[in-house]
Design a protein around this ligand. Structure first.
Ligand code: CMX
Length: 133
């Protein structure tokens, strides 16, 4: 496995506009991008801390995984994303080691990254994402 760093931490929120105030006004971070990812049914807002980002996630549909997550568990940490050299290769490698992946192949996520998820039931309850450029 070639994980280089934590690329981002995804945080499910009901409202990006509300949550953004905490990250900007209290923590002093700067939101540098807001982007809708239609495929994932989410709006995202990004903040950078060193090499790592915080990704706020707001559902754009009741069918969104983020809407379902908030209904069940409330707002909070939704996933952790590791930077890898090649998402397809990383997904194939963990699957070959018996970890169930949600995605067989990378798809396009926010910022044009190639993303793929591992199932939280196989990763000790943490929804895990691989992403690469
Ligand atoms: N973290 C940890 N566990 C989670 C979870 C999460 N984010 N989301 C769901 N689960 C758990 C549920 O609590 C549930 O556990 P129990 O069976 O113990 O109750 C189990 O996984 C099944 O969950 P579910 O509510 O029935 O939801 P689904 O099966 O419909 O989907 C999942 C769960 C993870 C497969 C789905 O959310 C998914 O495919 N996620 C990947 C895509 C995604 O999350 N996109 C949004 C972010 C996109 C981005 O960052 O750009």
């Amino acid at each position: 496995m070639d994980l280089s760093h934590i690329e981002h931490i995804g945080i499910a929120v009901k409202s990006i506009d509300d949550a953004k105030k905490y990250y900007e006004d209290i923590l002093g971070l700067k939101c540098y991008a807001v982007e809708e990812v239609k495929d994932q049914m989410v709006k995202t807002a990004f903040f950078k801390i060193g090499q790592t980002k915080i990704e706020l996630l707001e559902a754009t549909s009741p069918e969104s995984p983020v809407a379902k997550f908030i209904d069940k568990r409330g707002e909070g940490i939704h996933h952790i994303a590791f930077a890898v050299e090649n998402t397809d290769a990383a997904l194939a490698e963990v699957e070959q080691k018996g970890i169930k992946t949600i995605d067989k192949k990378a798809r396009k996520g926010a910022e044009g990254l190639n993303i793929g998820f591992l199932h939280p039931k196989f990763t000790f309850g943490v929804l895990t994402e691989f992403c690469s450029r």
